[in-house]
Ligand binder design. Structure first.
Ligand code: CA
Length: 219
């Protein structure tokens, strides 16, 4: 999924980019509030991790501006102090969750996963669809109970389709949510991934809708 990390502490930002990328996410990093504001206004993030103590424009102001202009993406705020006022202020400004520094990366990953599921209306971490079961915590996909060996990108594409519960997903949407800003977007890549997924999971699992993109076939 596509994430924005807005964090001015360079070491932490680098650690987050590495850990979140290793977990299969496409990650953009903003080093100050101005950059964060702009990226959040123009790019379609699945989750934003927003440090409140940002230079140029503070995190709370960035969040308020997004919400005032109708940006609804899930936002998890990072608070430097374990103060309840900061957390409450953040939640009241439109944040969906928070973590106080220092935190364990596993907890951040779990919270990101939960925010992504909830944003798509899934309460459970296991998404089932016919013969397929998609474990969104461990990134394991099984067909009739047998694990399929998927690459990180194959898993991510399948997960996006599964989160949309059988509704069509355009190639543009997939490209924007699977790759970070620096990626040279090429829709042929998607076709290659889809054909590999069909080979591994069954030809009838993903349907191509002419001009509309792809959808997971819900039996
Ligand atoms: Ca900071």
């Amino acid at each position: 999924m596509r994430l924005l990390v807005a964090e001015d502490a360079a070491v932490l930002a680098r650690q987050l980019r590495t850990a979140l990328s290793e977990a299969g996410h496409a990650v953009d990093v903003a080093e100050d509030g101005e950059q964060a504001l702009h990226l959040g206004e123009t790019e379609p993030y699945d989750v934003v991790i927003l440090d409140l103590g940002l230079p140029r424009i503070d995190g709370l102001s960035v969040l308020r501006r997004w919400r005032a202009t109708g940006r609804t993406m899930p936002v998890l705020i990072l608070t430097a102090r374990a103060s309840w006022t900061e957390k409450a202020e953040g939640l009241n400004a439109g944040a969906d969750d928070y973590l106080a520094k220092p935190f364990a990366i596993e907890e951040l990953l779990a919270r990101i996963n939960a925010l992504i599921r909830r944003a798509h209306g899934h309460a459970r971490a296991l998404i089932t669809c016919g013969r397929l079961a998609i474990d969104t915590v461990h990134h394991v996909v099984t067909v009739d109970g047998t694990p399929a060996r998927l690459t990180a990108l194959e898993y991510e594409l399948l997960a996006v389709l599964a989160l949309h519960s059988g509704r069509p997903v355009t190639k543009g949407y997939l490209t924007e949510h699977l790759y970070d800003q620096s990626f040279d977007k090429d829709s042929n890549t998607l076709e290659v991934i889809v054909s590999r997924l069909r080979r591994k999971l069954g030809e009838d699992v993903i349907e191509t809708l002419r001009g509309k993109g792809y959808r997971l076939v819900v039996p």
